[in-house]
Design a protein around this ligand. Sequence first.
Ligand code: GTP
Ligand code: MG
Length: 336
Amino acid sequence: ARMYRRQIICRSDIDSLNAPFLAIFESLIPPEEEKAKQKQLITLLERLVSKEWPEARLYLYGSCGNSFGVSKSDIDVCLAIEETDMDKSEILLKLADVLQSDNLQNVQALTRARVPIVKLKDPVTGISCDICINNVLAVVNTKLLRDYAQIDARLRQLAFIIKHWAKSRGVNQTYQGTLSSYAYVLMCIHFFQHRRPAILPCLQEMETTYSVTVDDIECAYFDQVEKLRDFGCYNKENIAQLVWGFFNYWAYCHDYANAVISVRTGSIISKRDKDWTRRIGNDRHLICIEDPFETRHDLGRVVDKYSIKVLREEFERAADIMQNDPNPCVKLFEPY
Ligand code: GTP
Ligand code: MG
């Protein structure tokens, strides 16, 4: 049986792991030329789209817009369009048509996907791109994540390392019941809000300086993050300690039976309060991560009774490596 809230003292040589973890972070940052190529592709897409729909706009969302994108990420683009006499599938088919004509490769409209998209690959830059229609909430949560990243540099460091770990270990695949990158970044933000002293504030509990209403959901928070640059300064933990703490939290301290992590409130709330105690349809709520804006949405909903075991064993493996392994920076990321 697992033991919860086990008191573990961090290994004494943890500080010596800081430099190697920082080096891994640095190696994952996309180089400037890659950013430039992304911009080039976006400019091309904007030009093609505006020929057909002069009023439409393209927004970046996901990892290339939220600052948590590692090198060689695909780009996620949202087409914002007020088209009244076409439904989404028709717009997507039309969009695929518009893009096809200009030698882009593999332009494909996936109209039946959970999130319908047009997929394409740019032969010049080699970049793959997914374009969705009017997914404004994704654009807004992308801004929220980017704003959090600007408050404390350690958030990007931790999230890059956790994403890299999750990809290496095969636990970043929602179609196999493990978690999305978006979910992992929210787990990192929650962890920083929860740390004592706290490293991040809860922007949605502060004075509103930014507000939009999307599909009847009011998205409001404090976005003047340049004023919060000192927020985390009382916490002196370095990235190695935080990686250790993150895995320790998810291996031994999180109350999977009752707790929901909530970046929106900056705290933990109970499954009972959200009525997430029972399985409804395919939502089992075995690990509960509340979406900051779509509060009825549990990002852990993809996790099933098999994959929860896989995930928790991976958290425990990682916690054990961070505690005991002589060379955690290698062992942690070993392919599964
Ligand atoms: P990588 O592509 O792995 O680098 O990460 P990413 O940040 O692009 O994340 P991901 O592909 O998981 O998600 C893309 C974006 O979709 C997120 O940044 C969110 O803005 C948005 N999104 C909103 N709801 C969900 C959801 O339930 N699941 C996922 N995966 N994404 C969501
Ligand atoms: Mg992405």
